[in-house]
Design a protein around this ligand. Structure first.
Ligand code: DGL
Length: 278
């Protein structure tokens, strides 16, 4: 970046769909004066089965769009996009602040008493270097049981996080883990906190569920403070954009966050995201 960003510039955030809203709501709560720009790349949801290369290309396209909108920091509330693109984005834009995510194996390993931890994340997240690195650094002495919950992201995108199919997918993942003594579950995909009630129903009250959203919001706050980039202005505004169907996204934002918003459309053209004129 050649010009230094202004504290009043927005923070950019993106995910394949509505999952990142589970982190966005924590950022809205912790940083109420910040303007936010949230992009859901719903033309390509789910990212999870697409593989590292394709998700990297898509993530770079979304990040470029956010930069063109003048954001001062980009948070990637998507484990899959972070796995595929965080290193590449930091290399391409040295000095620009990015906050990414990785499955929260560290706190899980610190808190488990049975030594059996379940990690729910996407196939691309499991394939990435970030996951390999957290397992190597923090997974020693702990049994990590992994499941990619195929189909669960689509259920949550469809507003069915509490539906029979979501419950079937989660039972198939979690019941074998419970049989092995699971006492901690890492929600390693930002869509999954929206299935919290379903997961709780399956595992019961004694199993710890780790949602990293508050920690990610704290990290964003710390980076803004370190760079002198906190917005001193009045209450912030969040703009929502999607490369999918704006009306469907509007309905999800209302259901999941209780916010009545207008979602703006985006479309991909030659690898670039562009606003759709309303
Ligand atoms: N919410 C995302 C994640 O945290 C992506 C899920 C998907 O699109 O497959 O991994």
């Amino acid at each position: 970046m050649t010009t230094s960003p202004s504290p009043t510039a927005p923070i950019g955030a993106f995910d394949s769909g509505v999952g990142g809203l589970s982190v966005l709501r924590a950022i809205q709560a912790q940083l109420p004066h910040e303007d936010l720009l949230y992009v859901a790349d719903q033309a390509h949801v789910p990212y999870g089965p697409r593989g590292l290369q394709e998700v990297q290309r898509l993530s770079e396209g979304v990040a470029e769009f956010l930069m063109s909108q003048g954001v001062k920091l980009i948070v990637i509330p998507c484990n899959t996009a972070s796995a595929a693109a965080l290193h590449a984005l930091r290399a391409q834009y040295p000095g620009f602040p990015f906050v990414g995510m990785e499955p929260a194996v560290k706190p899980a390993a610190e808190h488990t008493t049975t030594g059996v931890v379940g990690v729910l994340a996407t196939p691309t997240t499991f394939d990435g270097e970030l996951y390999a690195s957290v397992v190597e650094r923090f997974g020693g002495g702990v049994t990590l049981l992994q499941d990619a919950c195929p189909g669960l992201v689509a259920e949550i995108e469809a507003g069915q996080a509490d539906g029979a199919e979501a419950e079937r997918i989660l039972r198939a993942a979690l019941e074998p883990m419970l049989a092995q003594g699971l006492d901690t579950v890492v929600l390693g995909c930002t869509h999954y906190p929206f299935a919290f009630e379903t997961i709780r129903r399956i595992v019961g009250d004694e199993v710890r569920l780790i949602d990293p959203a508050p920690a990610i919001a704290r990290r964003v706050a710390a980076l803004l403070d370190a760079a002198g980039l906190r917005n001193p202005g009045p209450a912030g505004i969040t703009r929502y954009l999607t490369s999918g169907d704006p009306a469907a996204m509007q309905a999800r934002v209302a259901e999941l966050l209780g916010q009545q918003v207008t979602v703006q459309g985006l479309r991909w053209a030659a690898g670039q995201l562009q606003p759709v004129e309303n």
